[in-house]
Ligand binder design. Structure first.
Ligand SMILES: NC(=O)c1ccc[n+]([C@@H]2O[C@H](COP(=O)([O-])OP(=O)(O)OC[C@H]3O[C@@H](n4cnc5c(N)ncnc54)[C@H](OP(=O)(O)O)[C@@H]3O)[C@@H](O)[C@H]2O)c1
Length: 332
C-alpha cells in the first residue's frame, strides 16, 4: 500500500525538481559582489547578474583580466545608465585587504546584497607528489580565501538582517576522488563552513548556498587538466562537462531560492541526495522524498564506486606491466 503511494509521490517530486521553474528573488538594483568574477563560473555569474539589472562588482587579482571581463559584463547590463558595473583587484587570501575593500565597495556602490565567492583552483596528483608549497597555496585559496570574505561580510549582513552568501565547493566536497586529496580536503572544509554559518545566520534572515559544480569548461578547468593523473582523467569522463553559463544559472537560481546545496545534472543529484546528512532542508516534503529514494541511490552509488575502482586497477596494472617491460629491456 505504502509503495503505491510512494511511487507517484517520487515521480511528482522529480518532475517538480527538474521541470518546474519557480519564481526566485528579484535582484534588480541590488549589489552583487563576485569574488573570482574575472574568469570561468564567477564571470558567468557576474554577467547573469548584470542581465538581471543588478549592480555588479567583480574581485580578482590580475588587473588586465579584470578589465577585459568588465567590458564583457558591461555588455550584458540592461540599464547601462543606472547599473554600476565595477572591479577591484584584491588577493582574497589577505584578510585585511579583502575586509577593507569590501567596506570601500559598500561606501562607493552601496550595501552588498549577495556575496558570491568563486575564487579557487585545483592541482591534482597523487598525495605524496605534492610539494609543501602547493599544499599551502591550495589551502590558502580554497579554505582561507572563503573564510576571510565571509568573516568580513557577516557583521554587515547580520546588522542589515538580509544577505546571501554563496560558497563554491565542488562535487569533491562530498566524496574524495583519486588525484584530489588536497583539493578535496579543502572543498570538504567548505561544507563544514557553509553548514555552520547557515545555522548561525538563519535567525538573521541571511541565507547560505554551497555550490557544487561538476566539471565545467573554464580556464581554471583547463589549467587543472594539466596536472591530472591518468586515473583522474578517466574517472572524470564518467561525468558531463558543463558550460560555465549553465552552472552559473543554476547557482544564481539556487542562491536566490535559498537552497543550501546547488548542484546540476544527474550525478550532482545522486551525490548530493546521498550526502545530505545533517544539512539544512526547506520542507518536510523534501525530506520524505529524499528518505524514500535514499536506499535506491546508495545502490546506484555502488555502481559508480565499482566503475572507479575498475579504472584505478586497470591503470595500476598497465603501469606495473610497463615497469616490468622496462626492467626486462634493461637486462637484455
Ligand atoms: N571549472 C570546474 O570544473 C570546477 C569544478 C568544481 C568546482 N570548481 C570551483 O569553482 C570555482 C571557479 O572555478 P573556475 O574554473 O571558474 O576558475 P577560473 O576560471 O580559474 O577562475 C578563478 C577566478 O578566481 C580568481 N582568483 C584566483 N585566486 C584568487 C585570489 N587569491 N584572490 C582573488 N581572486 C582569485 C581568478 O582571477 P585571478 O587569477 O586574476 O586572481 C579568477 O577570476 C573554484 O572555486 C573552483 O574550485 C570549478
Amino acid at each position: 500500500m505504502v509503495i503505491f503511494l510512494l511511487i507517484p509521490f517520487i515521480i511528482f517530486m522529480l518532475v517538480r525538481k527538474f521541470l518546474v521553474r519557480k519564481e526566485v528573488k528579484n535582484i534588480a538594483n541590488k549589489h552583487i559582489v563576485v569574488i573570482g568574477g574575472s574568469s570561468g563560473i564567477g564571470k558567468s555569474i557576474a554577467e547573469l547578474a548584470a542581465r538581471k539589472n543588478a549592480h555588479v562588482t567583480i574581485i580578482a587579482r590580475n588587473i588586465d583580466k579584470l578589465a577585459q571581463a568588465i567590458e564583457d559584463i558591461r555588455k550584458c547590463s540592461v540599464n547601462p545608465a543606472e547599473q554600476r558595473i565595477s572591479y577591484v583587484s584584491v588577493d582574497v587570501t589577505n584578510f585585511e585587504d579583502i575586509e577593507n575593500n569590501l567596506c570601500e565597495i559598500e561606501e562607493t556602490i552601496g550595501p552588498i546584497y549577495m556575496l558570491v565567492n568563486c575564487a579557487g583552483f585545483a592541482i591534482c596528483g597523487e598525495m605524496e607528489r605534492f610539494s609543501v608549497h602547493e599544499i599551502k597555496s591550495l589551502i590558502n585559496i580554497n579554505i582561507l580565501g572563503s573564510i576571510y570574505p565571509v568573516k568580513a561580510i557577516i557583521p554587515k549582513f547580520k546588522q542589515r538582517r538580509e544577505g546571501i552568501i554563496v560558497l563554491t565547493g565542488s562535487l569533491v566536497s562530498l566524496f574524495g576522488m583519486y588525484g584530489y586529496s588536497i583539493y578535496s580536503s579543502c572543498k570538504f572544509a567548505l561544507r563544514g563552513l557553509a553548514e555552520a554559518i547557515h545555522m548561525e545566520l538563519k535567525p538573521f534572515g541571511v541565507t547560505v548556498t554551497l555550490a557544487l559544480p561538476p566539471d565545467t569548461d573554464t580556464p581554471g578547468f583547463h589549467q587543472e587538466n594539466k596536472s591530472k593523473p591518468i586515473e583522474t582523467s578517466k574517472i572524470s569522463t564518467m561525468g558531463t562537462l558543463y558550460k560555465p553559463d549553465e552552472v552559473a544559472e543554476k547557482i544564481l537560481r539556487d542562491a536566490l531560492d535559498g537552497n543550501f546545496f546547488s548542484y546540476i545534472g544527474f550525478n550532482g543529484f545522486i551525490l548530493t541526495t546521498l550526502c545530505k546528512g545533517f544539512s539544512p532542508f526547506k520542507s518536510f516534503r523534501q525530506v520524505i522524498f529524499e528518505s524514500a529514494i535514499l536506499g535506491l541511490i546508495r545502490f546506484v552509488s555502488a555502481f559508480y564506486v565499482v566503475q572507479m575502482q575498475k579504472i584505478i586497477q586497470l591503470c595500476f596494472d598497465e603501469k606495473e606491466q610497463r615497469k616490468r617491460g622496462q626492467r626486462k629491456n634493461k637486462y637484455t
